[in-house]
Ligand binder design. Structure first.
Ligand code: SF4
Length: 397
């Protein structure tokens, strides 16, 4: 009998198929009959056993070959969309995309995005999950390895901000990710932005113990009905407020409501007063319009927004801050851009992108998002149309 154990996988059986849950929220199936070519099998939560005389190495090799094929059919349990697993052998780098991986904007704060999945559907979301046709999840060890390379290039100690085009609290290895980041000597603050739904006391304790220093909670209203309307999903406002009360006693808490003029003006004031009452910092964000985001209202011009922020500070007797101020922003070394806007380069198409008519392509050590309605495959020539902050978009040349 050979038993193979996997912490990140949970096995179960369903109608002659073995269901494999990966990182708690993604799954795929393997056919039992196919697997039994290795040997009669039995599954436990985190292990699979084969009755065979073969050596463990051989069994592992065969099983992991089938696992690799299964990963091609990974699906998110949260939204039913296909999911792409980006790992160190996937041939996909982690710099170059706004959707996942590592973003360096030439400061002492490096942003990491371990996944794209979200558990709600805010009416103002800059991502608009309905327009995204797939999810992406990144391997923890790969993310850490690549993050270390970026950190080495920085002159100052760095802050690591865990953001995402979804909610980081859904990342099955979030605690381990934070623990591994904390081991890196040059790291100062570790922060995350979250809608707070999945953060309870136990989770907050685990994250703080692992090394999380700053929580940015996007609370947009204290009224349960309006909060759910803004989240476009049931939003447990009272529970999130309780979590805020707890976190503020043990870590740095910044409340970051998004202000949509004419929609949640009064709610933003309520959130500020709540933050003031519990001793949290407050960083109101102006709703901004993005090409592929939701558009519930016209955005407030930035000049007007800052004027209104000053008025609110006076009226409510508070100091409002920004994410950069919260983490102590400093300009630092920028990663070199291997190519520039206007350049024509060779890219290799690796996968479909999250948006219709987009592809995840690779050129050297960068991801390039190629926009095209053609059916692209293999190597293609592409012209770079965006290069800001080492985030690259291109069109076929
Ligand atoms: S929590 Fe963030 S990512 Fe999720 S829907 Fe709301 S705004 Fe979008």
């Amino acid at each position: 009998m050979v038993t193979l154990k996997y912490q990140n996988l949970a096995f179960s059986e369903k109608e002659g198929r073995i269901r494999i849950l990966f990182l708690k929220i993604y799954y795929f199936y393997l056919d039992r009959k196919e697997l039994e070519k290795i040997g009669k099998l039995r599954v436990n939560r985190h292990s699979i056993s084969f009755r065979t005389d073969k050596r463990e190495e051989n069994v592992r090799q065969k099983f992991e070959f089938m696992l690799t094929q299964g990963f091609e059919h990974l699906v998110s349990t949260v939204n039913g969309k296909p999911a792409l697993y980006v790992h160190r052998n996937s041939g996909i780098p982690l710099i170059g995309s706004n959707d996942f991986g590592i973003i360096d904007r030439g400061t002492n704060t490096i942003e990491i995005k371990p996944l794209t999945t979200c558990n709600i559907d805010c009416i103002f979301c800059s991502v608009d999950h309905l327009k995204r046709h797939s999810d992406i999840v990144v391997e923890t060890d790969y993310l850490i390895e690549e993050l270390k390379k970026v950190i080495e290039k920085k002159e100052n100690r760095v802050n690591i901000h865990i953001g995402s085009q979804g909610d980081p609290s859904l990342y099955g290895e979030l605690v381990r990710l934070v623990r591994e980041i904390r081991k890196i000597r040059k790291v100062n603050a570790i922060s995350m932005v979250t809608n707070g739904i999945l953060i309870n006391r136990t989770m907050a304790d685990k994250l703080i113990k692992a090394g999380m220093t700053h929580f940015h909670i996007s609370l947009h209203s204290l009224d349960p009905e309006r909060a759910s309307r803004l989240a476009n999903a049931p939003y447990p406002v009272k529970k999130v407020m309780e979590t805020c009360r707890y976190i503020v006693k043990h870590a740095h808490l910044l409340l970051v409501p998004v202000w949509m003029a004419g929609i949640n003006d009064k709610d933003v004031e309520d959130v500020i007063l709540f933050g003031k009452e519990i001793g949290a910092d407050l960083g109101v964000q102006n709703y901004l319009e993005y090409s592929f985001g939701k558009k519930p209202v016209n955005p407030m011009p930035m000049k007007l927004f800052f004027m209104k922020i000053k008025e609110l500070e006076k009226k409510l007797e508070v100091n409002l801050t920004t994410l950069n101020e919260d983490l102590g922003f400093k300009v630092d070394t920028k990663l070199k851009k291997p190519f520039r806007k206007g350049d024509t380069i060779n890219v290799e198409i690796k996968a479909r992108g999250r948006l219709l008519n987009s592809y995840i392509a690779v050129a050297g050590e960068r991801i390039v998002t190629v926009i095209s309605s053609d059916n692209l495959k293999g190597h293609v020539k592409a012209r770079i149309i965006r290069d800001k902050d080492n985030i690259f978009s291109a069109v076929p040349a």
